[in-house]
Design a protein around this ligand. Structure first.
Ligand SMILES: Cc1cc2nc3c(=O)[nH]c(=O)nc-3n(C[C@H](O)[C@H](O)[C@H](O)COP(=O)(O)O)c2cc1C
Ligand code: SF4
Ligand code: SF4
Length: 442
């Protein structure tokens, strides 16, 4: 049986699945219920001077039949008195001493930070997460992402916390910044023990086109909120990878963003995360999703022969390079399996209008498209639009013996340098004459 236990900078949990600081961690009741269901840790809904929230608070992007593909909120930190939250942290720790309970914190002054750190530690928190990420409301008060966007301020406040903290400190980063590694490095310089990312992405989730106001609507008005859920996972994966690879960061990472199942979690671990946190998926489907996440991860580890998480944390990192390091001689072409094809012709339309005119409909009456190999640049588009799994595959055509990347091209004098350079990559690709487009109409 693989060992799922996780360790983030000394914060131990029976598995790597934590709840992120958000409505599912608003109370001891919810966290006890989640731990009972199998979650390994929880980051408490951010503690600070309690807020007053608005109603309504949430909005969502539904895509075709999928609801909440993207989720947006304008909620602030905890609106419950600090003493109630602290008492419940203590109670949860009594029942679940081996689970991770992390207190998320957000206050203003150095004195307030010192006080709340001590309060959270006295209540029994296993770690502290500094919320430098909230991109709405709190940032207008000089906290949240207002701190996360200013590396020097982030570093200073982290160092205030490190003056008194005796448990591990995680700095939670905002993605609302052009280079995530800058605040990540500032967290390291401030003395943090770990980072977590991402908090939500500043967003407007849509506009009511009849009443001329964006969502969510509060008495006829609205404001920007924070975006999360499955839609943000690609952005978060890239930011986690950037932090994991950066030599100036070198901190354990707790990954957050669009995680719904064990596979999402594995992807983050492969890119260097030590554990993961989940918010939207639990708001959508409840704590019960953990019942598939744990056996899913166990099966994956068993299949791959991994005994513990450390066997595969960061395993994909050496394979994620800069573009200039990729092999320019690697050559794939699309191939259609006629036995699987349902003749929808989506691939033909996509390649004809959106790619390289490398798919034809045969003139013999068959509706199964054919690839024109010499025109195919191997872009993948047809295989991505094809609704039938594995009907279009990308087949390698080069023999693997040549490896030359852009840097090699530059050194060897093969890189195009002028606007009409004969060494342009597209010169060898056939394109139809512009007027052929009109002939097709007739
Ligand atoms: C309604 C709502 C409230 C949130 N409140 C907090 C919070 O108080 N503190 C915090 O650090 N993050 C908060 N978050 C951000 C989440 O912890 C998490 O970083 C984000 O939702 C991305 O994860 P997900 O894609 O799994 O939802 C909140 C998110 C939502 C949707
Ligand atoms: S998209 Fe796939 S199923 Fe549809 S015609 Fe092309 S190969 Fe066939
Ligand atoms: S891989 Fe790209 S270029 Fe090749 S057939 Fe498919 S869509 Fe066309």
């Amino acid at each position: 049986m693989p060992d799922l236990s996780a360790n983030l900078a000394g914060i131990k949990s029976p598995n790597p699945f934590w709840l992120a600081s958000a409505p599912p961690t608003n109370s001891g009741y919810q966290i006890m219920k989640a731990f009972d269901a199998g979650w390994g840790g929880a980051v408490w809904k951010t503690l600070g001077v309690p807020v007053v929230n608005v109603s309504s608070r949430y909005g969502a992007i539904n895509y075709r039949s999928n609801r909440m593909v993207g989720f947006n909120n304008i909620e602030l930190i905890s609106d419950r008195p600090l003493r109630d939250n602290l008492r419940e942290i203590e109670e949860v720790k009594k029942y679940f001493p081996h689970h991770a309970v992390v207190a998320s914190l957000m206050v203003g002054s150095r004195a307030e930070w010192h006080q709340i750190v001590k309060d959270a530690e006295n209540a029994g928190a296993d770690g502290l997460e500094l919320n430098f990420g909230c991109p709405h409301g709190m940032c207008e008060r000089g906290m949240g992402s207002a701190v996360g966007q200013e590396p020097e301020v982030l570093k200073l406040i982290t160092s205030w916390v490190m003056e008194v903290a005796t448990v591990p400190v995680i700095v939670k980063l905002t993605p609302n910044i052009s280079d995530i590694t800058e605040p990540a490095q500032a967290a390291a310089q401030g003395g943090a023990n770990a980072i977590s990312l991402i908090n939500t992405i500043q967003s407007l989730v849509g506009v009511d086109i009849d009443n001329f106001v964006s969502y969510p609507v509060v008495d006829g008005k609205s404001t920007n909120g924070g975006y999360c859920g499955p839609a943000v996972k690609p952005i978060a994966l890239n930011m986690v990878k950037n932090c994991a690879q950066h030599p100036g960061v070198r901190l354990p990472i707790s990954a957050i963003g669009g995680i719904e199942n064990w596979r999402d979690a594995v992807e983050y671990l492969l890119l260097g995360a030590s554990n993961v946190q989940v918010c939207t998926a639990v708001m959508h489907y409840g704590f019960g999703i953990i019942r598939e996440m744990i056996p899913g991860l166990e099966n994956y580890m068993r299949d791959k022969g991994f005994q513990r998480l450390d066997d595969f944390i960061g395993k994909a990192l050496p394979n994620v390079l800069h573009w200039e390091d990729l092999n320019l001689h690697y050559d794939v072409k699309a191939s259609i399996n006629p036995d699987k094809c349902i003749q929808c012709q989506l691939c033909y339309t996509a390649c004809e209008d959106g790619a390289h005119q490398a798919i034809r409909i045969p003139e013999d009456g068959s509706r199964i498209p054919q690839i024109i190999e010499e025109n195919c640049v191997g872009c993948n588009l047809c295989s991505l639009v094809c609704p039938v799994e594995n009907c279009i595959t990308m087949v390698r055509k080069d023999d693997g013996s040549r490896h030359e990347n852009w840097k090699d091209f530059v050194v060897a004098g093969k890189a195009p340098e002028t606007f009409d350079d004969e060494r342009a990559g597209g010169l060898g690709h056939w394109v139809p004459a512009p007027t052929d487009a009109l002939k097709k109409r007739g």
